[in-house]
Design a binder for this molecule. Structure first.
Ligand code: SME
Length: 176
């Protein structure tokens, strides 16, 4: 792709040029995500593009998306991957556990996590990061991988940085 073509492209896969360096993948993805979300304030559009950017920007994922707090439950939001369970009670599964604790939950082997909710049988490991603005829980970002132990502390830190960018952009949507 020449430089003029790239200038008019809103997305390129960070892994294409990061040479497998995980920190650089996250730095590049964060920068692209920030640009992608700048200039529009729609809640659904922000989360939909964020899910697509993360799904296509990180290797070895089979699902990436959001569950959003609706009353006492988490309800399926914008995502990429196979159709998923719609409603997760607070405190249940990996997503509900992360939401209840308001902390990231890193699961190297989903089969070893008590109460794991299997939406896609291909999933072997999972990382969930809560979206919190001030005192308000918005929902969670959920990433699934078909590889065991796909996620480590670098992924957790990288995804927490991505979520901070997403929450900052959601803050400009008065409808949230
Ligand atoms: N595994 C999640 C459910 C959501 S799907 O992975 C998309 C959980 O245990 O909360």
């Amino acid at each position: 792709m020449d430089v003029h073509a790239r200038r008019h492209t809103i997305w390129h896969d960070p892994g294409d040029k990061a040479g497998g360096d995980k920190v650089r993948v996250y730095e590049d993805l964060a920068s692209q995500l920030d640009g992608l979300l700048t200039g529009q304030t729609d809640f659904i559009a922000t989360l939909a593009n964020a899910a697509a950017a993360i799904y296509h920007g990180l290797p070895s994922l089979n699902w990436a998306g959001f569950y959003l707090l609706r009353g006492a439950d988490l309800v399926l939001g914008p995502f990429q991957g196979k159709p998923a369970c719609v409603r997760i009670p607070m405190g249940k599964g990996v997503c509900g556990t992360s939401a209840a604790r308001r902390r990231s939950v890193l699961v190297p082997d989903v089969h070893a996590f008590p109460g794991h909710i299997a939406c896609d049988t291909a999933s072997q490991s999972e990382l969930v990061v809560p979206l919190v603005r001030g005192e308000t829980l918005i929902g969670v970002l959920d990433l699934d991988s078909p590889l065991l132990a796909r996620f480590d502390a670098q992924d957790q830190a990288g995804c927490e940085a991505l979520v901070a960018i997403i929450v900052r952009h959601l803050a400009s949507d008065a409808a949230v």
